[in-house]
Design a protein around this ligand. Sequence first.
Ligand SMILES: [Zn+2]
Length: 449
Amino acid sequence: MHITPHGAAREVTGSCHRVETKKTRVLIDCGMFQGSAFSDARNFQPFGFEAKDVDAVLITHTHLDHVGRLPKLVHEGFNGPIFATKPTARLLRIILEDAYQIMEEQFESDYRPKLYEFEDLRKTIDLVRGVEYSRWKALGDIRFRFRDAGHIFGSSFVEIEETDGVRAVFSGDIGNVDTPILRPTAQIGTSDVVFVESTYGNRIHEDIETRSTIFLDAVKRTMKQKGVLLIPAFAIERTQALLYDLNHFFEHQKLPPIDVYLDSPMAIHVTEVMEEFPEYYDQAAAKLVMDGDNFFDFPSLHLTLTRSESKRINEVKPPKIIIAGSGMMNAGRIQHHLLRYLSKTSTTLFIVGYQASGTLGRRLYTGERHVRVLNEMIDVKANVITVGSFSAHGDQKKLLHWIGSAQTKPKRVYCVHGEDDACVALATAVSTELNIKADAPHHQETIEL
Ligand SMILES: [Zn+2]
């Protein structure tokens, strides 16, 4: 078996591993490079292999840095099946259509070239096949199965076995501990090598227990100040985790009713998909469903799909909570709310996810007090709070525990999907703490097993 990373080697984005055996060639993910103009340009470069020679693609989850180049692969001649868990298969269309719409808008406003056409997207969706977690599937001289990664809804890591040969595991992204609704990360079976993500390979998150306390305090303060709580939303998982927490606060009388606006069409659509798959919830969430409690809905929640509904939020007197896209604040409806409320001392901006450099979110996260929003300069007087334990990624402790609890001890670990420092730190920790040989491969470096 030969394995080559064609992205996300010593960097976070662009996940794409090519696996080649005597008879079979598959990709694990086909993601976009993201974060800067340089990354955008790299998406237009050749893959480094022939798209039409790939037999199948296995998708770990629907973040763009894992699926964003799929329609380009199809455009260049790939015509095989794209396998994913059933929720991932359903979410893929929403995510890719949203990405295409942004590309189209940028093409119309700034003549920025499009990576592929809508027709490629349509063909991509037709190739997707939903499969169950844990069920082995044969493909040429390999078999593979998806296991729950606990990262976002439907997310998985992939186990691949070559007939009479090597067994490899690809982590995709590994989730944080105790995330509402999601099941915990599954245990690795027997494996010879593990390719593990390293996003937070050099960090330890704050205590998960404090997460909902910080959130509850922020809501209470907003109510006392008769202000606005602005939450830039990541559409898959974190938005729903926030709704789950709010529902819990209201039902257990920790909060009096306060108007909550979910002002993100994509998050609303993703929530609808999650409601279709209650059999994928964790025990606590499944029990709530059995008891007839829909935790994605409570009396003071308002879904604002259309632009005019979104505008009407302005007319509602504070206190109020607004969850709106995009998560890094560089586009979308959140910008209109930032323009209106950032200059008020009664506003709290609640940051729940990674803010890439160059984004408006990063500037607010690092404490800038004068920022440009929709071409207007704003004096930031709002209270800005960041909560790392809302992250969808496991920290170093979680990653080591995941590798360490494999049914058989892997012989070798390769650390990918992290900045240089994070990959190397995780590889060092794997060798010293787990006594397994570990490396951080480079872009397009082929590993022979
Ligand atoms: Zn991810």
